[in-house]
Design a protein around this ligand. Structure first.
Ligand code: PEP
Ligand code: MG
Length: 585
């Protein structure tokens, strides 16, 4: 059967780089809402014993789901493991069990009791907004697994057509993406979700191309051939033979490069001539990885990362009632530092608030948390939390062979940069540099004054785009504003690059922009001295950079800045850059 969306291109946000071509397979349908009436109950059974058996069935199903998720967590490892463990904890939550028992005791069927008990949690999460609201899909998935078990219907999940496929879904729950067989799933396409959704994060961790927030993709039918470009965000439906074989060649070239990067295991390859990131004329650019926690270090090393440009430390704090101890933090930081002897590791202090609310910080309820007390502002309310974190970083750095840098998130004005530098004095000489992230237009515009206060800047293009265009980065429908090719965003990057050059201070980019090899040329031309990205993108960025001189990067940057919009900038630079076709980029 041919698809109603045949013969055209669909567009979403490129969430995980790479190209794939293959047939669509869609996720199984959602589990139906159980009817609100109570159970019929066996003839002759007392109402009380019927209710007890419904409660027992519901609790048993929750336990079975928790066990299954724990087993999947163990099998998955890495970042996926943490997500699945968090879901198993949701299923095993004692207060949820109590509520289920209460509802069954009021005469609900087991399935209905589970459904209603989850509904209360769901509402609270959705109302919290930001990061917590994004966990609603995880909660729904736990509910659906439990209800499916009780109703005896298939557990919603990944299809198995018996051949490799492009997985198309409304949105993906971590329980599904985590246990996907890499040799079966060619790419993800989801109708909902933004570039920071779980689908996107896990796809990047798995190295599977993904397009999220792809309007119209639900209309695709099983078996329809598509080309998925996880860089540009385009999904080509029913491509002609020429387009399909061109895409297949690009996919093959990428797979070969990644395999080569994997076999060139660090740290030997890092030291080898030509193994470091540099332009064709030898201008060095550090090519670093973004890490969500110590478990990502081995993937980054295998992908050829020269170090870590962004260690997101939130993994230590999320889902906790109190901050982690200095000892616990020190252990986690030390594990990352140990993986990069001689390499640079940039630790970002806690970036709380907005999409990552933490109750123990005592943040006020705010109508617009993304514009409220987040990042460094939140830490200024909790100086003890920052002091403990800096102490832990300092202790781990003192015992490490990595070169440790530390930076603060969400700095808007030079005074905040100066305040952070003062706090970081407690580190003594144990970290090499103290810097700030530039994620707010004000900080980019005041880059010379900001850089007068600290040793380096790292540009977070994800938030910088969000605040420049006043467009929520979590909103799939506004994904276009997250496009880092926008000339206005590049102008801000250029101002920071220029300020860094003038002050002799390093300026990195650690947002998703750095993962696009063609855009990376432009960033280097704008004066950026290091690029930090999802590890999977490093091999492509290194390869393309080595084919262009610094002067060429600068003229590509000029061309991008003078383009009227993101699409024209992208196509002008793609037309002007060298060897894209030959390299399959
Ligand atoms: C950014 O905003 O670009 C960034 C790297 O930080 P995060 O994505 O963690 O907010
Ligand atoms: Mg940010």
């Amino acid at each position: 059967m041919s698809s109603p969306v045949t013969g055209r291109a669909l567009h979403g946000a490129g969430a995980s780089p790479g190209v794939a071509v293959g047939p669509v397979a869609r996720m199984a349908a959602r589990v139906p809402e159980p009817p609100s009436g109570g159970p019929a109950g066996p003839p002759g059974a007392s109402r009380a014993s019927g209710m007890r058996s419904e409660a027992r069935a519901a609790i048993g199903a929750l336990q079975e789901v928790a066990d299954d998720l724990d087993a999947r967590a163990e099998a998955a490892g890495g970042e996926a493991q943490e997500v699945l463990e968090a879901q198993a904890m949701m299923a095993g939550d004692p207060s949820l069990a109590t509520r289920v028992e209460e509802l069954a005791g009021q005469g609900r069927s087991a399935a209905r009791a589970v459904w209603e008990a989850f509904a209360a949690y769901r509402e609270r999460l959705a109302a919290a907004g930001g990061y917590l609201a994004a966990r609603v899909a995880d909660l729904d998935d736990v509910r659906d697994r439990t209800v499916a078990l009780l109703l005896g219907v298939p557990v919603p999940g990944v299809p198995d057509p018996g051949h490799p496929f492009v997985l198309v879904a409304v949105d993906l729950a971590p329980a599904d993406t985590a246990t996907l067989r890499r040799d079966r799933v060619l790419a993800f396409v989801t109708e909902q979700g933004g570039p920071t959704s779980h689908t996107a994060i896990l796809a990047r961790a798995m190295g599977v191309p993904a397009v999220v927030g792809c309007a119209g993709s639900s209309g695709l039918t099983d078996g329809t051939r598509v080309v998925v470009d996880g860089g540009s965000g385009e999904v080509l439906v029913d491509p002609d033979e020429a387009a399909a074989s061109e895409a297949a060649a690009r996919a093959e070239a990428q797979a070969a490069r990644r395999a080569a990067a994997r076999s060139a295991q660090m740290p030997e390859a890092r030291e080898a001539p030509g193994g470091l990131g540099a332009t064709a004329d030898g201008h060095r650019v550090d090519l670093l990885a973004n890490l969500g926690g110590p478990r990502d270090a081995s993937v980054a090393l295998a992908a050829g990362a020269e170090g870590v440009g962004l260690l997101r430390t939130e993994f230590l704090y999320l889902d906790r009632a109190a901050p982690p101890s200095v000892d616990e933090q020190r252990g986690a930081y030390a594990a990352v530092f140990a993986a990069f002897p001689g390499g640079k590791v940039v630790v970002r202090t806690l970036d709380a608030g907005a999409d990552k609310p933490l109750h123990f910080l005592g943040l006020p309820g705010e109508p617009n948390p993304a514009l409220g007390e987040r990042g460094l502002r939140a830490l200024r309310r909790a100086p003890g939390v920052l002091a403990d974190q800096l102490d832990a970083i300092g202790q781990a750095a003192a015992a490490a062979r990595a070169e440790v840098w530390v930076m603060a998130p969400m700095v808007a004005v030079p005074e905040e940069a100066a305040w952070f530098r003062e706090q970081a004095r407690r580190l003594g000489g144990r970290v090499a540099k103290v810097g700030v992230m530039v994620e707010v237009p004000a900080a980019a515009l005041a880059a010379p004054a900001v850089l007068a206060e600290v040793d380096f800047a790292s540009i977070g293009t994800n938030d910088l785009a969000q605040y420049t265009f006043a467009a929520d980065r979590q909103a799939g429908g506004l994904g276009g504003f997250q496009d880092p090719w926008q000339p206005v965003l590049l102008q801000l990057v250029g101002r920071v690059g220029e300020a860094g050059r003038a002050a002799g201070r390093p300026v990195g980019v650690c947002g998703e922009a750095a993962a696009d090899p063609v855009l990376a040329l432009v960033l280097v031309g704008l004066g950026v001295t290091s690029l930090s990205m999802a590890a999977i993108a490093i091999a492509d960025v290194r390869l393309l950079l080595a084919r262009h001189t610094l002067a060429e990067c600068r003229s590509l940057a000029e061309l991008a800045l003078s383009s009227p919009d993101a699409a024209s900038a992208r196509s002008a630079i793609r037309a002007a850059a060298k060897d894209l076709g030959r390299l399959g980029l």
